[in-house]
Design a protein around this ligand. Sequence first.
Ligand code: ZN
Length: 311
Amino acid sequence: MPELPDIVVYLEALEQRILRETLERVTIAAPFLLRTAVPPIDSVAGRQVVALRRLGKRILIGLEGDLWLVLHLMIAGRLHWKERTQVSTAATVRARAKTLPAKNRLAVFDFSSGALLLTEAGAKRRASLHLVSGEAGLQRLDPGGLEVFEINLESFAEALQSENHTLKRALTDPRLLSGIGNAYSDEILWEGRLSPIALTQKLTSEEIECLFNSTRATLTKWTNLLRNAAAGAFPEKVTAFRPEMAVHGKYQQPCPRCGALVRRIRYASNETNYCPDCQTGGKLLADRALSRLLRSDWPRTADELEGLSRS
Ligand SMILES: [Zn+2]
């Protein structure tokens, strides 16, 4: 699932391409994608893009008249960009857009500068689009998690310990913290040498401070890394699995810090990767027992966690 670093880099690429441009039309190829009926989606046509923002893991495209397109890519949703060159007309941009496999194509947004395509791989349809009006409309979609770069250590500690959860769950709960998912939570916990199954209300103040710092450091490092990898081009290779990652997706590979083999704990439809030597005091606890612990600390699926709202 694209998380804060991926979304930030998407937004920077969009700013370069669609800010101050006109949204000429939206073509919805998959009806389940659009989750709102009012305002009608056709009402966006002809409006200029005036703002681009992030709301948790969602991308917000702000249009004249205080209308907001809210895109949630979930796990397999991805964006693609087809530039409109001086010789190509809107029709040829759309024609090229249609060369993408039809089964993956969810929507095409035609701007005066080019076409933004939304695709989703796989059979499950989870990505969503909302069209809402004003800040009140946005607020209804906000799960309420705090922005880790906008808060101090005290607010972070308070949010983290407001409920007693495993660290893995607390970091990825969109009601507590904004923009963190399965991939970067693994990297954050490795960076801080913290166990994914440590309970938030049992943490010492030193551990909380360490988590706060490693959360910021990891998200900053990855935002920079992804920005440099895109090098000004539209980010077409967004993935949760990167060779530079320390533990996420690295099951049975050596930890880059100590060389111990990376382990995994499977739960729900998810898994967490960690280094036993760096993070759990060298203890190799039974996968089954840990899975039970994490599963009991989780809604049934990762989707359900992402879908949790403030209420
Ligand atoms: Zn290690």
